[in-house]
Ligand binder design. Sequence first.
Ligand SMILES: CC(C)(COP(=O)(O)OP(=O)(O)OC[C@H]1O[C@@H](n2cnc3c(N)ncnc32)[C@H](O)[C@@H]1OP(=O)(O)O)[C@@H](O)C(=O)NCCC(=O)NCCS
Length: 317
Amino acid sequence: MNAIIKSVGVYLPEFIATNDVLKEKYSLDTSDDWIKSHTGIAERRIVQDNNTLTADIGYLAAKNAIERAGISPSEINGIIAGTMTPDKQLPALACCIQERLGCKGFAFDINAACGFIPPALNTAALMIRSGQAKNILVIGAEICSRVLDWSDRNTCVLFGDGAGAMLLSASEESNRGFAGMALAADGSFSSILYLNTLGAEASFLRMEGTSVYKLAVSELGAITQRALENAGLGMADIDLFVPHQANIRIIQSVGKRLGLSAEKVMINVDKYGNTSSASIPIALYEAEQQGRLKPGMLVAMAGIGAGMNWGCALFRW
Ligand SMILES: CC(C)(COP(=O)(O)OP(=O)(O)OC[C@H]1O[C@@H](n2cnc3c(N)ncnc32)[C@H](O)[C@@H]1OP(=O)(O)O)[C@@H](O)C(=O)NCCC(=O)NCCS
């Protein structure tokens, strides 16, 4: 029995903030030109209603994934969620989404920020392969706009709001599903990207952009290579590379290092900015909509985030 990605669902807030809108709204000393040339970002979505919670948008993405799979919430055996913008310290976001879905089973969060997807897929896939569950939802949901310091132009222009969900299901299909994995972390980088939620210091996302940039470029490529080696595969086997969407320059440098042609690299950071834990599911969803995924194709999903931690998950579509 293998674990396949049965469906992907998203929730994208309606309000589109272009770079010019952002500049105007927050009186930022920036320009559309600077943001586009340094990050590739043209616009991002922002949740407008203060009553909307991270659990609400995570629920909507999950509902979308369940509907697209044609199953009912009662068939879900567990939820693994990730966010850097939880509504509460406790309980876990996964439990808040479980309540909204009205399903049973296990529910817990993985704290890996933008690096959430690889460890979450690893956990879900291994639980399914070991027979502990048949259907597991992996959900990333973020209202980043609430934890940004709008006076820090280095950081606030990079992020966006959104949610993405992936339904992993048990399947006997031999040419689809989980194909390999590599995970890593280095806690000595804990000060280059962090968000204090407890204590006296204001709770805004803080980042040393250049350090994060350098680490992302070197490690996303290396971890993808390691995942392929672990699976007994080579770079030529990758049909679509779906990396965490943080900065187009990071994505293109990694793609170049790996020797991947542009058609094999999924990019949509231009439309959504960095949606942290939601970025890979949102990118995968769009790749599917664009007809870029065919059964049996090898998809490499590489993420990196606060910790710093990073990983790459390989799945046959
Ligand atoms: C943040 C980032 C875009 C900065 O790009 P960069 O090319 O490294 O730019 P620099 O840091 O060299 O800054 C260049 C100048 O632009 C300025 N600048 C920064 N943000 C700006 C903005 N939004 N508008 C205009 N100017 C800006 C800086 O202040 C600096 O000016 P100075 O030289 O007068 O001090 C880039 O480092 C990055 O993307 N890092 C990774 C971020 C990331 O992915 N985080 C999440 C990971 S999960």
